[in-house]
Write a protein that binds this ligand. Sequence first.
Ligand code: IMP
Ligand code: MG
Length: 172
Amino acid sequence: MSDKIEVLIPEEDVDAKIKEIGDKISEDYAGKQVHLICVLKGGVFFMCELAKRIAIPVSMDFMAVSSYGSEKQSSGVVKIIKDLDESLEGKEVIVVEDIIDSGRTLSYLLEILNKRGPKSLSLCTLLDKPDRREKDVRVDYVGFEIPDKFVVGYGLDYDQKYRNLPFIGVIE
Ligand code: IMP
Ligand code: MG
């Protein structure tokens, strides 16, 4: 059985927004190199598209985490399933995420990464659900603020499906 999916943010709007964020990052870090960190798997589509829109030197690394807790409610205690390959020492690091919901996962992750000596540490997310926030996290770059709805596409999944949709959708 397939789910009916309603478009929340069309592909053109997502692409335009990513270009906008890429321009902003290129400007903010002019003359520097940025080190993008993707939190797998959700962040991968956004990070690849974003990297293509950044006009300054970019390096990339990937990590996978699982948060203890139920599917719907993350506990905020993060277990690293796959760690980064490279050190963060002295780098201008930008963590690239698909969505910030309660903020629990990210606030814990940022704490861990901060201890690894980056020159700077920023956070960039394609989507933000501010109504759901429980943990204060400073988000430097936000694509879209969205209402408290469960969304899929552009890396976001429902039961591992729909990550490949080129738009942001809501399951009806
Ligand atoms: P939190 O900010 O710690 O609550 O968890 C954020 C994570 O929950 C994200 O990285 C997603 O993997 C997942 N998540 C939160 N909201 C959604 C959604 O609407 N669709 C798909 N995954 C979501
Ligand atoms: Mg995620």
